[in-house]
Ligand binder design. Structure first.
Ligand SMILES: Cc1ncc(COP(=O)(O)O)c(C=O)c1O
Length: 358
């Protein structure tokens, strides 16, 4: 018996999956530490009871898409929703990447950008961020010179937290428009930073911004994401997405979430101020950290404490605190990434870290 083999490109990146473990403090996947608002749950329960389960859902997800469009001050033709922003990224690759096409990616960044490139047979033009994890102008120029079909930026970048400058995104966008390249800005965390590239989106510029309900909106379990972009690109993605891909439950959940913008904004404010508090506390400890515009912080123990990132991760886990172990990832030797949780969770993390390092 000879079993069929999957394509080589499909083999998962080693160490990509974040372990799902029973711990007291879970700070490893950048979720919101808060459940959605109670009113959201009440309204959702009511509307779910009215779903015609024997019927296919609204194929265009019209009400959800209209709510997202009005939230971003664009028109419905500029929005497409999907099962998590990962599905948006995959659809972009299916439409604009693939065999004999290429993507420019600045490492280290969100692992799925290169992973989906491989799955879809898109060649990767891999460029290096500088030691501060910022994309230098010359690095951007070198990628552009190779005329990729797609360029991926991630702002704030996962796992470094770095926010790309407006100058960089404007520059890359202008160059992309000269050579028929699509600029994708992955903004899974932009609510936690001080600016969003959504404002650059218009029907005459080759820029799309992907966003998610998984983080700010406390809805990681619902798997809902979307893209804001020029109408012609939205149309192309709709050709790629499977018919009725977005179930009725999800369409309702997302639409109702957008009725709680004020509450979500105040949570973002709270988490951002907690991030600053955690960053200040980390400054008092023997760790190096990178300035973050997201709901997480990348850090590593300084050499003189003589403890590896892997060991530190294990010691935190022994104290029932789970953070993301990036220590074996290329370019991120000894690094760990901690999600900002509730005040109590952050204190437990900081106390444990202090106990280990001091
Ligand atoms: C940068 C980035 N983009 C996209 C995603 C995927 O989000 P979603 O849950 O919407 O698929 C993540 C999830 O962690 C992320 O960090």
């Amino acid at each position: 018996m000879t079993w069929p083999k999957v394509r080589d490109e499909v083999a998962l990146l080693a160490g990509y999956h974040s372990p799902q473990m029973q711990v007291d403090v879970r700070l490893n996947t950048n979720e919101s530490p808060y459940p959605p608002p109670e009113k959201w749950i009440e309204d959702l329960e009511k509307e779910i009871s009215e779903i015609g389960w024997n019927r296919y859902p609204d194929r265009e997800a019209s009400q959800l898409v209209e709510s997202i469009a009005s939230y971003h001050n664009v028109v419905s033709g500029n929005v497409v929703a999907a099962n998590g922003s990962n599905e948006i990224l995959q659809s972009l690759y299916l439409a604009y990447g693939g065999a004999n096409r290429s993507v420019g990616i600045f490492e280290p960044t969100y692992a799925l950008h290169s992973h989906i490139a491989r799955i879809t047979g898109t060649s990767i033009i891999s460029a290096e961020r500088n030691p501060s994890f910022i994309i230098d102008q010359e690095t951007a120029e070198a990628v552009i010179a190779q005329k990729p079909n797609l360029i991926f930026l991630c702002s704030p970048n996962n796992p470094t937290g770095i926010v790309d400058s407006k100058e960089l995104i404007n520059y890359v966008m202008e160059e992309c428009s000269k050579m028929g390249t699509l600029l994708v800005v992955d903004e899974a965390y932009s609510e936690f930073s001080d600016w969003s590239a959504v404002r650059l989106v218009n029907d005459d510029a080759p820029i799309v911004v992907s966003k998610t309900f998984s983080k700010t909106w406390s809805m990681a379990s619902a798997r809902l994401g979307y893209l804001v972009g020029p109408e012609r690109i939205v149309k192309a993605l709709k050709e790629i997405l499977l018919p009725y891909h977005l179930d009725a439950f999800k369409q309702i959940a997302g639409r109702l979430a957008l009725e709680h913008v004020d509450e979500m904004n105040s949570r973002v404010k709270l988490l951002s101020s907690e991030r600053e508090r955690v960053a200040e506390a980390l400054q008092q400890l023997p760790v190096k950290q990178w300035e973050s515009g997201a709901n997480f912080i990348l850090f590593k123990p300084v050499e003189k404490v003589g403890i590896s990132g892997q060991k530190l991760w294990e010691l935190l886990l022994e104290r029932s605190i789970l953070v993301r172990n990036c220590s074996s990832w290329p370019r991120l030797e000894n690094c760990l990434r901690v999600t900002i949780g509730t005040l109590e969770e952050n204190n437990m993390f900081l106390n444990a870290l202090k106990g280990i390092l001091e």
